[in-house]
Each structure stands twice: as C-alpha cells, then as structure tokens.
Design a protein around this ligand. Structure first.
Ligand code: PHE
Length: 453
C-alpha cells in the first residue's frame, strides 16, 4: 500500500482535529442557534448531545479512519467491501462539499471585518444601529462578499495543494493557543459591560418550558456541526494519525476544547447583545453586529486597545474558520484524488471551483436572491439546515450503527486500545451507546421533528 502522510505528533493530531472542530460553528453559529432556541435549556440539551452521542461517534470515526487509512468513502470499501456502506461515505463527501460552500461565505465576512478593523473602520461607531446597518449593507451587496469568499477558498486551496502535514499541523499549534487566550480576555471585557447579567441569565438559567422538538433538532445539529461529525471529516484526519495516537483521549480533548470555546463565545456575545439592546435571536448576523460593538464599548476610552483587540480577534476568527475549511476541503479532495484517481492538484481544483459556484448562490441569498426560497428558506439557510440538521446526524447514526453492529469487534477494540496497550474501562458502555443509545436517540429526534409521533 502507498505510504500515507501522518501528522508528526500526538499533540499535532489533537490540535489538527480540534482545529477542524473549533471554528465559526463555535463562535458564530453556536451563539445564534442558542439565541434562536431560547438560551440555557438549548445549551443543556446540546451538552448531552456532545458528550453522550457526539464523543462516541467521534471515536467511531477515528477508528474507521485510522484502521482503513483511506478517505471517507474509501474507508467503507476497505472495511465493508461490496456493501452499500460506501454510500455513507458518499453522503459525507457531499455534505462536506455543501458545508464548505456556505461556510466560506461567512468565512469571507471575517476577512471584510479584519480589513475594517485594520483600517479602523469601526472607530467612531457607537450605536448598535450603525453596526446593524453596516452588516446589512455589506452582506446584502453583490460583489464584495463574493470576492472575500473567493479569496477564502483560494487560501484554503493553497494549503490543500501544499499538502496537509506542514500547513495544518503547524498552523494549528500556533493558532489554537492564541485563540484561547484572546477569547478569554474578550469574555472578561464583555462581562464588565453594563447589563451583562441579563446575558448570563439567558445563557445559564434554563427555562425548560421553551423546549420543543425543534430545540432538540437544533441542539443535535449544532453538536454534529461543531464537532465536525457525521461526514467523515474526522475519519479522514484519523487516516493521518500515527499508531500511537490515543483515540479516546483525542476525542475527549477535542470535545472539551470545542465546548469550552463555544461557551466562552456565548459569554462574550450575550452580555454584549443584551447590553447594547440587540435581540439574541438576530440569527446569523448576531456575531457581526455585537462583536465590533464590544470592542468599542469596552475600550472606547483607549482607542489603541480597541483597535488592537478587534484586529486580533477578527484575524483569529478568520484563522479558526480557516482550519475548519481546510478540513472540509480535505474530505472532498482526498475522496476525488483516491477514488476517482485524479491528481491531488486537479482534485483540489474541482472542489474549489465547485464551491465557488455554489458559494456565490449562498452569498447572493443574503441580497439580490433573498426572495428565492427552498422549503421556506433562502439558499444559505436551506444548505445549512439540510446539512447540519439532516445529513450530519443521519451520517452519525449510520456511522454508529456501522461501528456498533457491523464492524468486527476486534478491529474496534484494537483501534481504541492500540492493540491492547491502553486500558479502556468503558469499552462495553461505549459499544452499548453505539449500538443502541445513539441510533435510537437520533431517530427519535428525527421522528419527533418530522411530526410522525
Ligand atoms: N466544526 C466546524 C466549526 O465548528 C465546522 C465543520 C463542520 C468543519 C463539518 C468540518 C466539517 O466551525
């Protein structure tokens, strides 16, 4: 078999997987989904989804990827030759492609905001109305957002073409610690704003009367999206893991890092939103309206600090998005390269060009095409809901059934215990979750949401 690249170290593997997981899903999507679904009760259900369903499925993906050492569809061909399981892989590749296309639009917005921060474009804005207006006119315009999306995809493309190893692993090692430090500082700033208490209450005091089937569906979708689960992204990365990587420990680290960043993002955004009177259910615009405001309000007296912090934050937001777009791109590129036998370079171009075309449609759905609806949603929201609420949980459910019921138990054991070198006290419980709990819980949520029960 052809030699495959590996990540150089255990910590590199963890940070690369965490780099995929931590992204706009945590800092942008988590707060607005929480806002749309009523706050703390949503978070409570989200946490259950992460730890009870998400982590076991992540370990399953890791096992599938490292054992097969192949792209996500190729993995099923190795582990279950001649069976329809490969369609789980195909669905994942499609989901990766669709997510990359709309995700790049928002990633592009972060570049515009970085540029604004760099040129001090937000200074002097103090009213939340001004930020709302700025965001609305920017995101609904035709060319600028498309240009930024284009830049973002080309940047992603360059890293993918350079090969995964040096780019992803090295950058993750530098960017992730910097990101933690900054978001903690920002959370502290946000907490000092007047009226911050209301935001915290919204975030931490659950009101279970607000829980509807939609809240479950939203929380589960967010858990899968945020952990990059259900599409074979982490299994593709695990195919680059070394023999010594500890799969369950890696999964737990990624889960904790991802949850930590999401909660801190909530602590930054909700106090700020309440403080400046922006409704928490403002949707995708929430982050882009509240955040520039936080900097101006928190450091208004010391303009240099406001300038530096906002600049650093947008750069890091862009970088967090970057490590995630790289991972999505890699899923599709590895698939086209290994399964359809195109050179890696050609495969990468096919993905990039395809995403640019679809990304343009998503971007236009905020402006000129905003009246065009599919199932009552604009193109952007449609792609987002289709992937995160349906394709990822469905993929996750099938991965869990595959690992729990189909895959030889010895393969699973050898992967998780590194050929019995590690102790795995919860192995039985883990298999039980994969066989019963995860598939049943996911199907119940589907059935409820579809209104069958
Ligand atoms: N987990 C990433 C985020 O939170 C998004 C993502 C989804 C990345 C699916 C890869 C695959 O931003």
């Amino acid at each position: 078999m052809k030699e495959r690249v590996n990540f150089g170290s255990k910590i590199g593997a963890i940070l690369a997987a965490a780099g995929s997981a931590v992204g706009l899903g945590n800092i942008w999507r988590f707060p607005y989904e929480t806002g749309n679904h009523g706050g703390a009760a949503f978070i409570f259900i989200y946490l259950i989804c992460i730890f009870l369903i998400g982590l076991p499925i992540m370990i399953a993906e890791f096992s599938i990827g490292r054992h097969s050492r192949a792209n996500t569809a190729g993995a099923y061909k190795v582990l279950a030759p001649g069976t329809p399981w490969k369609y789980v892989g195909y669905m994942g590749v499609l989901a990766g492609f669709l997510i990359l296309s709309f995700y790049s639009v928002v990633a592009g917005w972060t570049l515009e905001y970085t540029l604004q921060a760099l040129s001090n474009g937000f200074s002097g804005m103090t009213q939340s109305k001004e930020f709302t207006l700025f965001f609305a006119s920017f995101s609904s315009s035709t060319f600028r957002p498309i240009l930024w999306m284009f830049c973002f995809l080309i940047m992603t493309h360059i890293i993918i073409e350079m090969g995964v190893k040096k780019g992803i692993e090295k950058s993750a090692k530098i960017m992730m610690p910097a990101l933690f430090l900054l978001i903690v500082i920002l959370a502290v700033c946000s907490l000092t704003l007047p009226g911050a208490g209301n935001g915290l209450e919204f975030l931490f005091k659950p009101d279970f009367s607000k829980v509807t089937p939609k809240v479950f569906m939203g929380a589960m979708g967010q858990a899968f999206f945020s952990l990059s689960l259900g599409l074979g992204c982490l299994s593709t990365y695990a195919s680059y893991f070394g023999k010594e990587a500890n799969l369950s420990r890696t999964a737990i680290s990624v889960g904790i890092i991802d949850t930590f960043v999401a909660i801190i993002a909530g602590i930054i955004i909700f106090p700020a939103a309440f403080s400046v009177g922006i409704s928490p259910d403002a949707g995708p615009s929430l982050l882009f309206i509240t955040l520039p405001n936080v900097f101006q309000l928190a450091f208004g007296d010391i303009p240099l600090l406001a300038y530096l912090f906002s600049l650093m934050f947008y750069i890091l937001l862009a970088l967090a998005a970057f490590t995630s777009t790289i991972s999505m791109h890699e899923v599709v590129t590895a698939f086209i390269h290994e399964e359809w036998k195109f050179s890696r370079r050609k495969a990468a171009w096919m993905v990039t060009v395809g995403c640019i075309v679809l990304g343009i449609c998503s971007s236009l759905s905020f402006g000129p095409w905003s009246d065009f609806h599919l199932f009552g949603l604009n193109i952007f929201d449609f792609l987002d809901s289709l992937t995160s609420k349906i394709m990822l949980p469905l993929g996750g459910m099938l991965i869990s059934i595959f690992t729990g019921w189909y895959l030889d138990r010895r393969i699973v054991w050898n992967e998780i215990s590194n050929e019995s070198k590690l102790k795995v006290p919860l192995f039985k419980a883990y298999i039980f979750i994969l066989k019963y709990i995860a598939p049943i819980a996911i199907s119940l949520i589907f059935i409820k949401e579809l209104g069958i029960l």
